[in-house]
Design a protein around this ligand. Structure first.
Ligand SMILES: Nc1ncnc2c1ncn2[C@@H]1O[C@H](COP(=O)(O)OP(=O)(O)OP(=O)(O)O)[C@@H](O)[C@H]1O
Ligand SMILES: [Mg+2]
Length: 181
């Protein structure tokens, strides 16, 4: 029998437009190409489905993350490689996710606010500055940086491919992937 894949959750956190989804998608692609079981949980999709009833108050953001944690936990314990991409701005709820999930790798997708604002992939920063969106992380709502993440990506200095490779190397170092992966 072939060796069972050990499940884990890669938890990408960072400002809007820092690159969470882009890096998580690329890492998922690499893992799938090696026949690993992979699931992606992305903020944009989850907020239209599992959490479509939620807004962006502190309570609702926490509830959003609690539901995602529940799903990630089930998948992780069934040997799936889970990649989540949520701003998840509050430290306390990320730490709760860590405790619940156990096999938890926090990836801080670090990028200066000015660079995120210049990217403005979905035009949200513009709207937030004009006051058309309230409670927007980085503008009118806080982002609490991870204190001891397993990995920090600096997406203003690295290419997408370099960031993805850093994640793969981290998984190897932590023993989730074979060294010859
Ligand atoms: N090293 C890098 N890593 C990731 N993304 C990068 C990098 N360099 C440039 N980018 C670009 O930055 C943008 C990041 O957008 P992305 O949607 O991934 O951000 P996000 O963190 O998921 O934002 P949101 O919280 O709004 O979902 C993409 O257009 C991506 O191509
Ligand atoms: Mg995203």
């Amino acid at each position: 029998m072939c060796q069972e894949q050990k499940g884990f959750t890669l938890w990408f956190t960072g400002l809007p437009c820092s690159g969470k989804s882009a890096v998580a998608d690329r890492v998922a692609e690499i893992l799938r190409s090696r026949n690993l079981k992979v699931e992606r949980l992305d903020g944009d999709i989850v907020r239209k489905s599992l959490c479509r009833d939620l807004g962006f108050s502190r309570e609702h953001r926490n509830e959003n993350i609690r539901r995602v944690t529940f799903v990630a936990k089930l998948l992780t314990r069934n040997g799936v490689a889970v990649l989540t991409s949520f701003i998840s701005p509050y430290r306390e709820i990320r730490d709760e996710a860590r405790r619940e999930i156990g096999e938890f790798i926090e990836v801080y997708v670090k990028c200066p606010l000015e660079v995120c604002m210049a990217r403005d992939v979905k035009g949200m920063y513009q709207k937030a500055i004009k006051g058309e969106i309230k409670e927007f992380t980085g503008i009118s709502d806080p982002y609490e940086e991870p204190l001891q993440p397993e990995l920090v990506l600096e997406t203003d200095k690295e290419t997408l491919e370099e960031s993805a490779q850093k994640v793969i190397n981290c998984l190897k170092k932590l023993g989730y992937l074979d060294h010859n992966f």
